[in-house]
Unconditional design. Structure first.
Length: 227
């Protein structure tokens, strides 16, 4: 739970969030990639990433997959989704991901007792929504290389939300998944990564990457940070 508490402490420094631990009803660990609907839990549960990553997606007409957003340590995967009975959630947990399961009813009761905590969580989720909106505008209007730049900046932001920004970042998505998010083929994603590397914008080491100058990239992309 430390990753989630670190995120909320960034939103509301000095506020205690330890009572959130009492809302946890289960902990789950995924050895391999697994969709949420494969789990037996009903839809009155929230899923918080303790370690690892997840993403949500939609299958478009014709069978193509579009990835809408991704979730790193401390993130709530299905906060904005309404309760829909037994309708499955289109979320995939990546392999080696640990998940905390929170009961919505317990959380609602806690929020009723602690409006300040409720406000902090709402502000955290609003920051995510604004970041997604910024990325969607980029996906609509920018060239492939800029779309990948925006995604990499978002990945850095997702890691940084825990309060422990890293210089080297593990790429949480495969090239196929990256393509499904930015609207490119996996081959084009590979070529674009290589282009950014040749241009000395990023460095890569196995499945990890780092920005040569992240502040410069944020400025060139007019990247806004929320929260």
């Amino acid at each position: 739970m430390s990753a989630c508490l670190g995120r909320l402490a960034r939103i509301a420094p000095g506020l205690s969030f330890s009572s959130l631990v009492d809302c946890i009803v289960e902990q789950t660990f995924f050895e391999r990639d697994q969709p949420l609907w494969a789990e037996p839990h009903p839809s009155d549960r929230l899923y918080v990433i303790d370690e690892g990553f997840a993403f949500d997606f939609t299958i478009l007409t014709g069978g193509k997959r579009h990835i809408f957003d991704f979730y790193g340590p401390g993130a709530i995967c299905n906060w904005s989704r309404p309760e829909r009975g037994d309708v499955p959630e289109n979320i995939i947990f990546k392999s080696r991901t640990a998940v905390l399961v929170i009961e919505r009813a317990r959380l609602d009761a806690l929020f009723a007792r602690d409006p300040a905590l409720s406000s902090a969580v709402q502000r955290h989720e609003l920051a995510r929504a604004m970041r997604v909106s910024q990325r969607v505008r980029a996906l609509i209007s920018l060239a492939a290389k800029d779309r990948l730049r925006m995604l990499l900046l978002d990945i850095a932001e997702e890691y940084g939300w825990t309060g422990n920004p890293r210089r080297w970042l593990s790429m949480p998505l495969t090239q196929e998944e990256t393509g499904d998010l930015i609207g490119s083929t996996s081959v084009h994603v590979s070529r674009t990564f290589s282009s950014l590397e040749r241009g000395k914008e990023i460095e890569r080491r196995g499945n990890a990457f780092r920005f040569v100058d992240i502040d410069d990239m944020r400025q060139r992309m007019s990247y806004r940070r929320f929260g």
